[in-house]
Unconditional design. Structure first.
Length: 222
């Protein structure tokens, strides 16, 4: 019988001093010689760099790792409790143990969550559990890794979400399936939420795990 483990992460930009060291050299656009326009364009590029920093493992870090075992309440590993390296070690110990699940579930987990987790682990000297990788046969992810976005799209590269022109969002999937659990926020606002209301930010991550678990079951993948 399939017993799943849902994984969902929330990420943040690295501290300003680290971002300054990682930032490329910014310049103006085109051939304009107006110094004020060039200055404004550079500031715009810097702002864009910082806004997107939390989505790249080089310029971002992991704030939370949400875990939900089949039939259990979500558990959230917090970087502010023990540090990013420590929660990564704890996460991979859970994954490597593998006695409480046989399917790993996430939303865009092959495109974001697991690559981010693995890259941050490499950067911090943490060894990732090989259970998420498929060795030696030309495919990267193990057969027990289920990406809900990938399942919904079913290989149709033309499928888009009408609202944001992406394949589909978790919010749209949950609404389409009529799940009891629904999204309670927007990931683009997580950094601000983390800075102002950590309990609510943690609840947001846990809620996403509930939504993904219910979507998994509604897609009859269990």
């Amino acid at each position: 019988m399939k017993r799943y483990l849902v994984v969902d992460i929330e990420t943040l930009p690295r501290p300003d001093a680290e971002l300054d060291a990682l930032a490329p050299e910014f310049g103006g656009r085109g051939k304009t010689k107006d110094l004020e326009k060039i200055k404004a364009q550079i500031e715009e590029k810097k702002a864009s760099f910082r806004d997107g920093a939390g989505l790249d493992a080089v310029t971002g870090s992991i704030a939370l790792i949400g875990l939900k075992f089949d039939g259990e309440k979500p558990r959230v590993l917090r970087c502010d409790d023990a540090g990013e390296e420590a929660i990564l070690r704890e996460f991979w110990n859970i994954i490597g143990n593998g006695t409480d699940y046989n399917v790993l579930v996430g939303f865009n987990c092959k495109g974001f969550d697991f690559p981010f987790l693995i890259r941050r682990s490499w950067m911090l000297g943490v060894h990732p559990a090989v259970r998420v990788l498929r060795p030696g046969d030309g495919r990267y992810w193990a057969s027990n890794v289920v990406d809900l976005q990938e399942e919904w799209v079913m290989g149709d590269r033309l499928y888009v979400c009408r609202r944001d022109k992406l394949k589909i969002s978790l919010d749209s999937m949950a609404k389409a399936l009529g799940t009891k659990a629904q999204k309670t926020g927007d990931g683009s606002e997580f950094a601000e939420l983390w800075a102002t209301d950590k309990p609510k930010a943690i609840a947001y991550c846990a809620d996403d795990c509930e939504v993904e678990a219910e979507c998994y079951e509604r897609l009859s993948l269990k």
